[in-house]
Design a protein. Structure first.
Length: 219
């Protein structure tokens, strides 16, 4: 059985649980500004601020082809449609004659490739590991880390390739992350104290049967 003291304690806990976030929501403007600037500074450190987006003209057919090829790749699955469109825009074309080295084992990785046409042999040392054909993508790790390439890729026949640099990938994806963060911050800024009071009033009404049984003998 609940005593008056216990009920009062529980009520205080409920009120405090409401007042704490309410106080946080009513911070001074200067404090909120400093926090927002801090968040932006953290994001900026992860972004290549010197990157300038260079759109490479390509037909709608090619854009669709590249988009379909990268959309199923694990690095691009979390990207929004708009984000994918911007990434596709910066893919640049290149060609490799038969017998050319596209990627050399041990070199620093700095690009991700989509092979529109061609055949490529993959080697680790002098050992042939696998053969890649038209429509494949390769070099994903280079978009995340500047680590050495783990294999050598040589074109068996003429190859038509499309690639995106790590700098471009990270700059575009970081920009979209920042946009999403800004949208969330803007939403939170629009949440008024009255909305919080309304929400708290709904919680109180839902538990009114309990509150109505609390007695305060000193009133």
């Amino acid at each position: 059985m609940l005593t008056t003291a216990t009920c009062f304690t529980n009520s205080c806990v409920c009120v405090n649980a409401f007042l704490l976030p309410l106080c946080a929501a009513t911070k001074s403007k200067s404090s909120r500004k400093l926090e927002e600037e801090g968040r932006r500074a953290i994001v900026s450190r992860d972004t290549d601020t010197e990157y300038v987006k260079k759109v490479v003209e390509k037909s709608d057919e090619v854009k669709k082809m590249i988009r379909e090829a990268i959309a199923t790749n694990i690095l691009f699955k979390a990207c929004s449609d708009e984000e994918l469109d911007e990434l596709v825009e910066v893919f640049a074309p290149s060609e490799a004659a038969a017998g050319s080295t596209i990627i050399k084992e041990g070199d620093e990785g700095d690009a991700f490739f989509y092979m529109e046409r061609g055949t490529v042999d993959v080697y680790e040392g002098d050992v042939h590991k696998v053969t890649l054909y038209s429509g494949v993508t390769f070099g994903e790790i280079a978009l995340l880390y500047g680590c050495p390439r783990s294999a050598t890729l040589r074109s068996r026949y003429f190859c038509k390739l499309w690639s995106i640099s790590r700098t471009a990938f990270r700059a575009i994806t970081s920009d979209f992350k920042r946009r999403r963060m800004d949208e969330k911050v803007d939403f939170l800024k629009k949440v008024s104290v009255s909305s919080l009071l309304l929400a708290f009033g709904w919680v109180l009404s839902a538990s009114s049967s309990f509150v109505s049984h609390i007695s305060f003998p000193w009133f």
